[in-house]
Design a protein around this ligand. Sequence first.
Ligand code: PLP
Length: 415
Amino acid sequence: MASTDAPPLDANRYRQDFPILSSVLHGDQPLVYLDNAATTQRPRCVIEKIVEVYERQYANVHRGIHWLSDQSTDLFEEAREKTRRFINAPLREEVIFTTGATGAINLVARSWGDANLQAGDEILVTEMEHHSNLVPWHQLAERSGCRVKFIPITDEGRLDLEQLPALLTEKTKLVAFTAVSNVLGTINPVVEIVEQAHQAGALALVDAAQSAPHGRNDVQAWNADFVAFSGHKMLAPSGVGILYGRASLLDAMPPFLGGGSMIHRVTMDGFEPAELPAKFEAGTPPIVSAIGLGAAIDYLEDIGVDNIHHYAQMLTQQAHDVLEEVGGVRFFGPPPAEKAGIVSFTLEGIHAHDVAQILDQYGVAIRAGHHCAMPLHKRLGVAASNRASFYFYNTPEEIDALADGLRAAKRVFRR
Ligand code: PLP
């Protein structure tokens, strides 16, 4: 066990809430689910909430003048309010339901980006971005002629912020960066980066897809202009995500998708957009997934986001310790204390996919590949890596099972 003081969190107690975690694979291997950075599992309370809504409270929202639609609308708006509190957004209008972090970032690129950027302007991202916070800016560059520049990382897997002042110029319109790297696990200094972006006259977009499940995400403390994250990485159903945007910015932005719900009035000649948040929620929204997100937030807040963060860090430290003992493991990213529950590595002489396949025979689920971060892998000098990612329902015994699986892989490949 790691030397870190044990936090007040009983993983075995919480595991009881997750039916899928008692799965047995390949006949006799208990599931060891260590792919939480890809997506987390759902507790019974979220699953039951979904069933309850579909069985008793489901209709389209904001439309029907009938009892069932009122029920559904109330639950949907309650979920928005829970989300607002969770990220400490000042106003409910600033919380937009999207399809996920990807949907949220694309919304900003298409709406704010198309309206505000032109040839010669610059967008600053980092070398550790997920493709979701990279490709939309490349696409914007293709449309507008603006340029995408990169904050480099150090060999230790931190952002090289010494370069930031020189990279920020009067042409920089946006700094878009991840709060936590989905590969390196690095926890970035959000407040510092936002502050420097603002001092240079740029806006700041925070990709909180990996930080939202792991601790405090206070958009006011961050002073961020836009924040994007996904429900499915924090116990909620897939298909729902959040864009937080400063009201003054969202107000000035044109709608992205057109259709029902996002209009105030439509005529033969055109339309007037609705007020926030409806302006950015065209069509039928992810009603039940959003309500499920509300239930997930209740559950996470009951456990305590700080407890979750400390516990995941303890598992991260343990993973470093036991994987070190396996031998031949190359870790990526900074020391465990600077990571949020994500440990990426390669096992000497064995392809990442082979490692993951052998682990799967032992019931251990991890990720292999480039994890939607190809530029980062190029910088690391590898085509692929393995990634184990932890959540509060993982146990120290599961980290040991990961190490045992790696030993087995070494035996198979005689390494
Ligand atoms: N940003 C980061 C850092 C991620 O890890 C991910 C997903 O892995 C995303 C964005 C995209 O999230 P989604 O696929 O839910 O839109």
